[in-house]
Design a protein around this ligand. Structure first.
Ligand code: NAD
Length: 247
């Protein structure tokens, strides 16, 4: 199929489906300027994920751990959603998308206008003490203060799910419920390597579509349609077809 046929096919699936779920990964945010973890230009080419996005790093390498997250928090201040994020928000407003599930922690879908976003891996926009779990402010985290409640030193962290931690059960259950009801799932910008989130799209009994800028391993075989392209570009093209109603 040519690229324009792939776009038309996705536009047609979207307009026919009753309960579309969008499922995004880090690749849905790279065009806004946030590096992903696994592609050629991602974080993991520079930093070992197993070492830093890991609760053990809080005890073993707090300055490195803190620096990694503080950099990402500060970087977000100048970042806004890209055109593809805005298309997804518009599709939810128009009823073309029922639910949006994300592995991203950046909050860009909400900033673009998506509602009731299911965040499987938490958010980097709020913070807590790793020891006593009390909520702390961004500035307390950034200045690596001792915990204001329990006094623990070098223990403040973002509310993200790190390797080896469980997904928030409410978000996971909500995602499973949405995917059981869906008749079309659209996965955007994920290497589908992070368990258990990578298993979720397969719950959908209807067509499964993947938009990614490079082929992904194993689980990609389960998709009915693979569109190799960048998220923003593909979403804009498909949106134009929907607007023109040339289906
Ligand atoms: P990943 O880094 O493992 O994979 C991202 C995939 O997206 C890669 O296959 C890459 O080639 C593709 N990609 C990159 N730019 C793209 C684009 N413009 N359009 C389409 N595809 C593109 O990401 P993942 O599968 O989400 O899993 C990694 C974990 O990293 C997640 O748990 C997530 O919480 C975390 N993470 C989040 C952010 C964020 O919030 N923005 C950023 C980095 C990592």
């Amino acid at each position: 199929m040519s690229m324009s046929q792939l776009h038309s096919k996705l536009a047609s699936l979207l307009s026919k489906a009753q309960h579309t779920v969008v499922f995004t990964g880090a690749g849905c945010s790279t065009e806004a300027g946030i590096p992903d973890f696994r592609s050629r230009d991602g974080w993991w080419q520079k930093i070992d994920p197993a070492m830093l996005a890991n609760p053990h790093a809080i005890y073993a390498h707090y300055p490195l751990f803190h620096g990694f997250y503080a950099y990402r928090v500060e970087q977000l201040r100048s970042i806004t959603p890209h055109a593809g994020h805005r298309v997804l928000a518009d599709w939810q407003t128009r009823g073309l998308v029922k639910h949006l599930i994300t592995q991203n922690v950046d909050g860009l879908h909400q900033m673009a206008g998506n509602r009731d976003v299911i965040e499987l891996h938490g958010t980097i926009r709020n913070f807590r003490c790793h020891e006593c779990q009390c909520a702390v402010s961004e500035s307390q985290f950034l200045s690596a203060e001792p915990c204001p409640r329990c006094g623990a030193e070098q223990r403040l962290r973002a509310n993200v799910v790190m390797f080896g931690e469980s997904l928030p059960s409410a978000a996971l259950e909500m995602a499973q419920t949405c995917l059981q009801a869906t008749d079309l799932v659209l996965v955007i910008g994920s290497s589908l390597q992070v368990y258990p989130a990578n298993q979720l799209p397969q719950i959908c009994r209807g067509p499964k579509v993947l938009i990614n800028n490079e082929p992904v391993g194993g689980d990609a075989g389960h998709f009915d349609l693979f569109i190799e392209g960048t998220a923003g570009e593909v979403l804009l093209q498909v949106n134009q077809l929907l607007d023109e109603s040339v289906l």
